[in-house]
Design a protein around this ligand. Structure first.
Ligand SMILES: Nc1ncnc2c1ncn2[C@@H]1O[C@H](COP(=O)(O)OP(=O)(O)O)[C@@H](O)[C@H]1O
Ligand SMILES: [Mg+2]
Length: 481
């Protein structure tokens, strides 16, 4: 991040100063044009005067005309402190009466009418030239002469520049002052943002406490609130992770120590038969440990931050639950358990992540088979709730979980006292995380007849799934697996 000047500040300044400077330039151009017009207006009159004076020196010699302008007279008329002047007088018949023929012959103007002014070049110098036609002696009917007087542009330019300077300089000053004010104002206005930036960049990466919103400008307040909200969420995730790591380490410690002890014992054995027995025991322990590690990984995968990795796709809960249940048949047979499936006929489409849903059903069926008695019944059911939601229920007819324990068994590492079977206490925590990732709810109710447990997961039907009709479970749907 650049520290010297935030982009917003530069942008503001550019937007304020850029247009101001362009306006100043346009204004200076207009001022220059006006000044030049005014300067011409002032000095053109003097040129006209000189032209009149020169005509007064034209004499009539019978029919011939002659210019009688002595050098001293010419000097008086045509000498100027700043500019050079040129003149030329032509008779009506085109004969040059006097002056400088380097002056280009101007257009003919009406006798006595308004003189013409134009920009010309004489002896490589830009000049302003007047062309006028006047009668000799100013007498009516007298012959006409064309008088031209030209003047270099020094004093006109100087006057124009002076006038421009008078107009533009104060404006320039104004702009400089405005610039300074804008600069100052923008810096002051953005000061709270700078402070905010420092407050964030100075803090430790472990400090997730909310940013102080006191003194934060209203415009960025929602942003800061969002950031604070994000930090709070991050904080919760961190807490969760820390707790998880601590729990996991604690849970792994005992089986690993057990394993070590078993190995030490086995090392002391000499009888090959007993060594074999120890190894078999070790294998069982290692297997248990590996299951615990798998469950821990699964819990980590499904923790609150996992929402982004969930890939929900439309899936038929009915068919899927049947498919997963089938995998459990060998296990059920081993324990002499009657595993049944009751579904509905039409598909129950929900949005689900296949792998996670499988894991959820596996955990629930595993519990049902593991914790109910030999020769019991386990039933997997799918269907609609009265509200039209999609339902998955796994029931067993084993010992009922006491009411006081029904919420706690979903906590990680919580197991019922006296549970003989192997386990980590993570299965139901994983199940409830997966339910949460699917926006589904999970409940454990007492069975109607007072024995056994039914875990029910209720899903929203997939968006765009057909209308929900209650379909009574048909006979053929109740099938032993
Ligand atoms: N269907 C069930 N019948 C009786 N007890 C159950 C059932 N499901 C879960 N439990 C109890 O809840 C505890 C937590 O289950 P779970 O989270 O899956 O962990 P684990 O199976 O690894 O012990 C189990 O140890 C068991 O005591
Ligand atoms: Mg379990």
């Amino acid at each position: 991040m650049r520290t010297s000047e935030p982009r917003l500040q530069r942008k503001l300044r550019a937007w304020l100063l850029g247009p101001l400077l362009i306006l100043l330039m346009l204004d200076a151009m207009a001022a220059y044009w006006t000044s030049q017009r005014l300067a011409n207006l002032a000095y053109d009159r003097a040129l006209h005067e000189i032209a009149r004076e020169i005509v007064l020196h034209v004499r009539r010699d019978g029919a011939r005309l002659r210019l009688d302008l002595s050098q001293p007279a010419a000097d008086i008329l045509l000498t100027d402190a700043q500019d050079r002047l040129f003149y030329r007088v032509d008779a009506g018949d085109g004969t040059v009466l006097g002056g400088d023929t380097a002056l280009p012959l101007g257009r003919r103007v009406a006798p006595g009418g308004e003189p013409l002014f134009s920009q010309e070049t004489v002896h490589d110098q830009p000049v302003r030239m007047i062309v006028a036609r006047m009668r000799v002696d100013n007498a009516p009917g007298a012959p006409l002469v064309q008088v031209q007087v030209a003047e270099t542009l020094n004093k006109r330019n100087r006057l124009a520049l002076e006038m421009v300077a008078n107009v533009v300089l104060p404006q320039l000053l104004l702009i400089v002052m405005a610039t300074a004010l804008v600069w100052f104002g923008v810096s002051r206005g953005l000061e709270p943002l700078q402070r905010l930036r420092r407050a964030v960049s100075d803090r430790s990466h472990l400090d997730l406490s909310p940013i102080d919103t006191h003194d934060v400008p209203g415009e960025v307040r929602p942003l800061v609130d969002e950031v604070n909200e994000l930090m709070a969420r991050l904080g919760r995730t961190f807490d969760f992770q820390n707790r998880f790591v601590a729990d996991a380490a604690h849970q792994l410690k005992t089986p690993v120590s057990g394993l070590k002890a078993q190995i030490e014992l086995a090392l002391r054995e000499n009888d090959p038969e007993r060594v074999r027995h120890s190894l078999a025991q070790l294998y069982i322990s290692a297997d248990r440990l590996s299951r615990l590690v798998r469950q821990l990984l699964s819990l980590a995968r499904n923790e609150p931050g996992a929402l982004e990795t969930v890939q929900l796709q439309p899936l038929d809960l009915n068919a899927f639950a049947l498919e997963v249940s089938m995998d459990w048949v060998p296990n059920a047979i081993k324990r002499n358990i009657d595993l049944g499936f009751e579904g509905v006929e039409q598909p129950l489409t929900i949005d689900a992540d296949r792998d996670r849903l499988r894991e959820m059903i596996n955990n629930l069926i595993d519990n049902a088979i593991r914790y109910s008695h030999e020769g019991g019944r386990v039933t997997v059911r799918t269907g609609h709730t009265p509200e039209g939601q999609c339902k998955l229920a796994i029931s067993d007819d084993g010992r009922s979980i006491p009411v006081a324990e029904r919420a706690r068994i979903f906590e990680r590492f919580h197991r019922l006292l006296g549970t003989q079977e192997d386990g980590s206490g993570l299965g139901l925590a994983i199940v409830s995380e997966i339910a949460r990732l699917h926006g589904a709810s999970i409940t454990l109710e007492e069975d109607v007849d007072g024995v056994g447990n039914t875990f029910t997961v209720v899903f929203r039907p997939a968006a765009g799934a057909g209308p929900v009709r209650d379909n009574p479970v048909s006979e053929s749907a109740d099938q032993p697996l």
